[in-house]
Design a protein around this ligand. Structure first.
Ligand SMILES: [Zn+2]
Ligand SMILES: [Zn+2]
Length: 344
C-alpha cells in the first residue's frame, strides 16, 4: 500500500513509500483510511524539530477516520466490517498503571501515539485497537471526523479544565486549529464575550474565528490589546484565558488579562523558558491549569456535538489527495491553511 513515511531522523526525510499492508491482531481492526488531518506535529517531524522520540521509520498521521475493513482474530466484539469510525491517538498504553486503570490513559508513562510511536494513518490502511475506536453517526463526514482529535484537545482544555459559564468573558490566544476550536468550545459552554487574539499575520485565521464564535478579534501588535479585554469586561478582566499560542511569550499577557480569581488554561506548548515573574498569579489568586490530550468520554461528547450540528468544523479545513501531501503540508506551514486534510 502507499504510505507517507518518515524514514529517518533528518530534515525532510518524509516520502510516499510502498509498504506492506498491516494485519489486525487480537483486539484490533484494519481500517481503510478515508481522511487524515495534518497536525503541527507532522510538520515538526518533517523538519525533524520535534521534542518527542520518533520511532523511525514510521507512517505519519494521528487525526483520522475510516471504515472497518477486517476484524482481528479475537476481541473485536461490537465492530463489523463496513462500520464508519474514528480513532483516538493512544495506540499503546500499559493498561496497568493508576492512570490507565482510572480512564486517564493519556497520562500513562508507557503511552505511544500513532504517527511517531507506531504507524499512523497517512496510508491506505492502518491497524488500530478497538479500545479507542468510536462509531461515527451518519451526520458526521469522514473529513469532519478527522478533526475530532484537535476538537477533543479543545473540549478537554476549555470545557473540562477552564469551565467557563454562561455570561463569562473568555479570551483565546493563538488562532491555530486548537485555538479556533477552543474559542468554539468557550462559546458552546456559554461564554458571552469570546475574544480571539493573534498576530497580524493571522488575519485570515482571525476571520475564520468570527465564523467559529469569536465576538471580537484582536492583534497582539496592537499595544493596547490587553486593555481591550479590560474594556470588554467592565475593567474586571477575563474570567478565562486560554493560551493556545505555542510560544511562552503569551503567558505574561495572559496573567495581565485574567481577572482576580480567574483561570488560565495552558494548552499550547512553549519550549522557551518564561522570562517573567509569576507574581500576578499570586496577587490575583489565579488558577493556572495545564491540559494535555483527551480520553474516551471526551471523544463521545465531541462526536455528539458534530452530529447535532453544534460544532461545524467546515470553515477550518481544506482537503487534498494523499499524493499531494507536500502541498498540504506546505499550505499549513505557511499559514495559508488552518488545517489540511489528506484523503488516502
Ligand atoms: Zn494532532
Ligand atoms: Zn498506563
Amino acid at each position: 500500500m502507499k504510505a507517507l513515511v518518515q524514514y529517518a531522523l533528518q530534515k525532510n526525510a518524509v516520502e510516499i513509500r510502498e509498504v506492506a499492508r498491516p494485519e489486525a491482531g487480537p483486539g484490533e481492526v484494519l481500517l481503510r483510511v478515508k481522511a487524515v488531518g495534518v497536525c503541527g506535529s507532522d510538520l515538526h517531524q518533517r523538519a525533524n524539530r520535534q521534542s518527542w522520540t520518533v520511532n523511525a521509520p514510521v507512517i505519519l498521521g494521528h487525526e483520522f477516520s475510516g471504515v472497518v475493513e477486517e476484524l482481528g482474530p479475537s476481541g473485536c466484539e461490537g465492530f463489523h466490517p463496513g462500520d464508519r469510525v474514528t480513532c483516538e491517538t493512544s495506540a499503546v498504553i500499559c493498561g496497568r498503571c493508576l492512570y490507565c486503570r482510572t480512564g486517564q490513559y493519556q497520562l500513562c508513562a508507557g503511552r505511544k501515539g500513532f504517527g511517531y510511536g507506531v504507524d499512523g494513518a497517512m496510508a491506505e490502511w492502518v491497524r488500530v485497537p478497538v479500545r479507542i475506536l468510536h462509531s461515527l453517526p451518519a451526520a458526521v463526514s469522514f473529513e469532519a471526523a478527522a478533526m475530532t482529535e484537535p476538537a477533543c484537545v479543545a473540549y478537554h482544555s476549555v470545557v473540562l479544565r477552564g469551565s467557563p459559564t454562561v455570561g463569562d468573558v473568555a479570551v483565546v490566544i493563538g488562532p491555530g486549529t486548537i485555538g479556533l476550536l477552543c474559542l468554539k468550545m468557550a462559546a458552546l459552554a456559554g461564554a458571552t464575550t469570546c475574544v480571539l487574539a493573534g498576530t497580524e499575520r493571522d488575519a485570515g485565521r482571525l476571520e475564520i474565528g468570527k465564523r467559529m464564535g469569536a465576538t471580537h478579534t484582536v492583534t497582539t501588535e496592537n499595544p493596547d490589546w490587553t486593555a481591550l479585554i479590560q474594556d470588554l469586561s467592565e475593567g474586571v478582566g477575563a474570567d478565562l484565558v486560554v493560551d493556545a499560542a505555542g510560544v511562552s511569550d503569551t503567558f505574561p499577557p495572559a496573567m495581565k488579562m485574567v481577572r482576580p480569581g480567574g483561570t488560565i488554561v495552558k494548552v499550547g506548548w512553549g519550549r522557551e523558558p518564561l522570562n517573567a515573574t509569576l507574581d500576578p498569579i499570586v496577587l490575583k489568586t489565579v488558577k493556572v491549569q495545564g491540559s494535555f490530550s483527551h480520553n474516551y468520554p471526551m471523544w463521545e461528547r465531541v462526536i455528539r456535538l458534530m452530529a447535532h450540528g453544534a460544532l461545524d468544523v467546515r470553515p477550518m479545513y481544506k482537503t487534498y489527495p494523499l499524493s499531494h501531501w507536500q502541498e498540504a503540508f506546505d499550505a499549513m506551514e505557511s499559514g495559508e491553511n488552518v488545517k489540511s486534510v489528506l484523503l488516502p
